[in-house]
Design a protein around this ligand. Sequence first.
Ligand code: NAI
Length: 336
Amino acid sequence: MTRTLTLISGDGIGPEVSDAVIRIIEAAGVAIAWDRQDAGLAAFHKTGHTLPAELLDSVRRNKVALKGPVTTPIGAGFTSVNVGLRQALDLYANLRPVINLPGVSSRFQNVDLVIVRENTEDLYAGLEHVVVKGVVESLKIITEAASLRIAEFAFSYARRYGRKKVTAIHKANIMKLSDGLFIDCTRTVARRYPEIAYDERIVDAACMQSVMVPERFDVLVLPNLYGDIVSDLCAGLVGGLGVVPGANFGTDYAVFEAVHGSAPDIAGRNLANPTALLQSAVMMLRHIGEVTAADRIMAALARVLLDGTTRTRDLGGTATTTEFAAALMDALADAR
Ligand code: NAI
């Protein structure tokens, strides 16, 4: 059966890594008809919108999307397409598993944690204004409803996947009302999951501990901004942004995308590592029930990484994106 899923290739390295991933999924024998949608500047040139209605309709129709990164201009310019997409589809939970990959050397070899980032509010609500010249106000929005919902997601994920502990990350010593409400909510939900240990860390101390003793963390639940920052930090523990996947879940839709951005410094040069988006696609395949193909891709990835002769530059090799994808497709064919 051929499924139709939405593909948002994005920009920068997005089209390069998406092409590689699509070919690998096809080589794994999964038949997907991709409903291709533009976002960001490419979409703006065609439709006058950075997040066109056609794209949102496509995800609503297909329920599942694979997404490459989309550039957001710094300072001035259009607002983030990524934030807009998450808000428009109410993709409230951003799930980012951070785990060592076989054959990828990194500072730590025992990292196995999962970041659950609230995706719809906090300082990402985009409510900023100039109060008077030289003074700008950004509103940090934390609601009980969104905090309870993300805590419930984190604990139910922990229960479903046999995780032992959930740690809430906050700065409630300073932001007593907003982050205070967030941890009130995580505590409320924690009481409903007595078999799962619960603790809390102030975000600055959590950053220090995660670069010293990352094995102490299991599932982390964070408001949006801390989640964004801690995700990149944790990616650095296991080999960098080229290897860490992610997924955005709402009640009705799921959009799978890597943690990394559009990497303008290497875009268009066939240098990007497609592993992060590939693993996001593996999460997607499991989500749609293609578990065998997902396992086969992960086995092929482990084989190529352990073999070590074909690696992209971020992992110390010289292979291009397309050479790495070809090695993976060869490994899939050999395993047949
Ligand atoms: P970035 O993640 O694009 O790049 C940071 C560093 O990591 C760069 O040196 C880059 O070359 C490297 N890197 C990232 N992905 C890689 C990969 N797959 N293989 C090899 N190296 C990789 O972060 P940056 O530079 O802060 O952001 C660039 C743009 O991406 C910005 O416009 C930002 O807003 C956007 N962005 C989009 C995201 C999304 O669409 N979900 C997420 C994060 C950033």
